[in-house]
Design a protein around this ligand. Structure first.
Ligand code: GDP
Ligand code: IMO
Ligand code: MG
Length: 427
């Protein structure tokens, strides 16, 4: 049982932080493999609540080594302030490993993210404004800055020059902004170098050696399947691969090492930012899900768009990730509804469609076909086993499992570590 991947099966914010933290106590390494501080993972331990953006949720488990893999984009100022914030709360962060190949989110990447969104106007993506897209664009364009570049001033200066060459033309001539000075950027980046040095390592080697020694490695996805640059609702996506394959490229571990892929699945659906969302609610049910579920972005503070569970999306997530299990979260939020609609298929231009359409136009036209499931009113937050759940809640879980194509191995009934029903062990 060496490597497991834990990822979002919808549009993010499914409760990955809580699920990772729950397993963190039993695994040796927790690895972020993509994304950056666009993520907001909430972990509740006792009466303490932590919001993690860049650090893997395993940082809160003392026996676990947290790793930021090569596929992650790292804003050094965010990383350092997250570390010091945790240190002030008594969390030991000294075991952190940071890949020297991870790309750095520079101040100009953040600027470009913001001005691009402004320029897009009505057509904007609704990004988190953290510089994620422009940093991955630089990586693919081969003008990115990597963590290891901080340790060679001459190379760093040349690379920043190359990156700003075109960008400054665009900023000044197209966006009417001031040019960004190379020296200023280099100086700012160099100031981080020594502070980051203790963490920088060859994480690919460390992780593969750990796997050879039968250590347990957990890959923690950011964002979610439908936000994947290849498999999501493009262009309303993030700029990385949160899907399972991303764990291999983003950490340098072969697919043969991965034995379990766990999809975190909310008992209803949410989305932040722009883009299609067939089951979105604009009525008091949507308002109630937002209120009861506390659906407000951890990173941006934006209200999350809310809707009913969408089984078409869950099936798609099972397929593109090869999911072996689901962890169903926030079932408690649905307590109190007399009947709960679940989207089982779409109607597109008068035809019933069972699978996610690959055409963007079709998906924009998709209307949910609902099946009504009976609700429950009993408080389920203290349930410890599946049989503790009211019959209708059990039936809801079983129906979702049947529709989604993989076993539901755990159920979240509250934000806390212990507010979880474990059905099949993950380890
Ligand atoms: P992530 O980005 O996938 O880690 O998810 P977020 O932390 O952005 O959002 C999930 C929210 O739901 C957080 O506030 C969690 O504390 C909370 N949460 C997670 N699981 C459960 C659950 O089973 N029940 C309830 N009520 N809240 C949960
Ligand atoms: P976690 O890990 C939900 C969304 C943004 C926007 C799109 C692109 O907490 O689940 P970006 O800044 O990544 O270029 O924005 O992706 N987005 C998320 N939505 N949860 C997240 O992370 C997200 N990270 C990015 O709202 O629509
Ligand atoms: Mg989140």
């Amino acid at each position: 049982m060496p490597a497991l991947v834990l990822l979002g099966a919808q549009w993010g914010d499914e409760g990955k932080g809580k699920a990772t933290d729950l397993l963190g106590g039993s695994v040796d390494y927790v690895v972020r493999y993509q994304g950056g501080n666009n993520a907001g993972h909430t972990v509740v331990v006792g009466d303490q609540k932590y919001a993690l953006h860049l650090l893997p949720s395993g940082i809160l488990s003392p026996g676990c080594t947290p790793v930021i893999g090569n596929g992650v984009v790292v804003d050094p100022s965010v990383l350092l302030s997250e570390l010091s914030g945790l240190n002030e709360r008594g969390v030991d962060t000294s075991k952190l490993l940071l890949s020297g190949n991870a790309h750095i989110i520079t101040p100009y990447n953040v600027t470009v993210d913001k001005v691009t969104e402004r320029f897009l106007g009505k057509r904007k993506i609704g990004t988190t404004g953290r510089g994620i897209g422009p940093t991955y664009a630089d990586k693919i364009n081969r003008v990115g800055i990597r963590v290891q570049d901080l340790y060679d001033e001459s190379i760093l200066t040349q690379k920043v020059e190359a990156a700003l060459d075109i960008k400054n033309q665009v900023l000044t001539k197209l966006y009417n902004r001031r040019a960004i000075a190379v020296d200023q950027v280099v100086e700012e980046l160099l100031a981080y170098a020594e502070k980051l040095r203790p963490y920088v390592s060859d994480t690919v080697l460390v992780l593969n050696q750990a796997l050879e020694e039968d250590k347990v490695v957990l890959f923690e996805g950011g964002q979610g399947t439908l936000l994947d640059i290849d498999h999501g609702t493009y262009p309303f996506v993030t700029s990385s691969n949160p899907t399972a394959g991303g764990a291999c490229t983003g950490a340098g571990v072969g697919p043969t090492k991965i034995s379990r892929v766990i999809g975190i699945l909310k008992a209803y659906t949410t989305r932040v930012g722009a883009g299609p969302f067939p089951t979105e609610l604009f009525d008091e049910d949507g308002e109630a899900l937002r209120r009861i579920g506390g659906e407000r972005g951890v990173t941006t503070g934006r209200d999350r768009r809310c809707g009913w569970f969408d089984a078409v999306i869950a099936r798609y997530a099972t397929r593109v990730n090869g999911l072996t299990d689901f962890f169903l979260t926030k079932l408690d939020v649905l307590t109190g509804w007399e009947q709960i609609p679940v989207c089982v298929a779409y109607e597109i231009d008068g035809k019933r469609v069972e699978e996610l359409p690959y055409s963007q136009t079709d998906f924009h036209h998709a209307k949910p076909v609902y099946e009504m499931l009976p609700g429950w009113t009993e408080d389920i937050s203290k349930a410890k086993s599946f049989s503790d759940l009211p019959k209708n809640a059990q039936a809801y879980v079983k129906a979702l499992e049947e529709m989604s194509g993989a076993p539901i191995s755990a159920i979240g009934v509250g934000p806390g570590r212990d507010e979880t029903i474990e059905i099949n062990s993950f380890l």
